[in-house]
Design a protein around this ligand. Sequence first.
Ligand SMILES: Nc1ncnc2c1ncn2[C@@H]1O[C@H](COP(=O)(O)OP(=O)(O)O)[C@@H](O)[C@H]1O
Ligand SMILES: Cc1ncc(COP(=O)(O)OP(=O)(O)O)c(N)n1
Length: 273
Amino acid sequence: MSSPPVVLSIAGTDSGGAAGTAADLTTFAALGVHGACVITAVTAQHTLGVDAVHAVPIGVVEAQLEAVLGDLPVAAVKTGMLGSAEVVRQVARRCAGIPLVVDPVLVATSGAVLGGREVREAYLRDLIPAATVITPNVDEAAALLDRPGVDSRQAPDLAKELAGHGCAALVTGGPQWRPGEVIESCTDWLATPDGEVQCFDHPAVRTSNDHGTGCTFSAALAALLAHGHSLTDAAESAAHHTTTQLIAGSAWRLGRGRGPIAHTTNRGNDERP
Ligand SMILES: Nc1ncnc2c1ncn2[C@@H]1O[C@H](COP(=O)(O)OP(=O)(O)O)[C@@H](O)[C@H]1O
Ligand SMILES: Cc1ncc(COP(=O)(O)OP(=O)(O)O)c(N)n1
């Protein structure tokens, strides 16, 4: 039996098990790649918000990167919460030349700020030019480009402008669905540095259990690239995987806020072993 591709997640932990490293490693397992992980920050987090953040010292981040990259044949890297400009630059240096999916985690759905101005500048200057693809939602794309007040109608323009910084840009359009709302579809926009823009539409899932959705999507994208899919195929299949997991968790009642996207692979109670 051949060995699976190895994908490295560089991210923060979420104690509630919805986002960050938990989402990345479970998504990697579901899509048949071996997941390695470098932890950049420890968060005390639940379905209502982030209570505390402890940044892992830069030397310990470096030691983790060395341990993984010096030993395992890493086929792709996915970054999530990096937390400081220093770590953003370190990742750019260490991961240049490896297929790299950058999810620029700046603000959680709860509104907690997970990366400030210096972090945004380091993304633009150092990490985006080294990346294969960046996967911001509309708010993150607007924050990176310093365009306050834009909305989802500007998503294709934001994608195009980000792609001008040297990597493909996939601006995601997940809604924050609330009971009673009718949202039929979600649209993601993929722009490449040659100026081409593609649109991917898929049916929206009516669920407020969507904490960790962005991490799941970008981890799936990295796993699919590691399997050798083209970026276009990977974008479509990552959205399909994310939608499947949103459906699987849509009736769950976990926590008092926006519950987790499902990370189970047996689809919950009905198929428990
Ligand atoms: N309710 C939903 N139904 C279907 N797809 C969704 C839903 N919410 C998000 N997605 C999809 O999940 C992926 C991640 O999107 P998004 O929610 O924008 O990320 P983030 O969590 O970073 O805001 C995208 O492909 C998006 O279209
Ligand atoms: C530790 C950590 N990393 C990333 C996020 C953001 O997660 P995301 O998948 O974008 O989902 P939401 O939190 O926005 O629902 C996080 N919260 N914590």
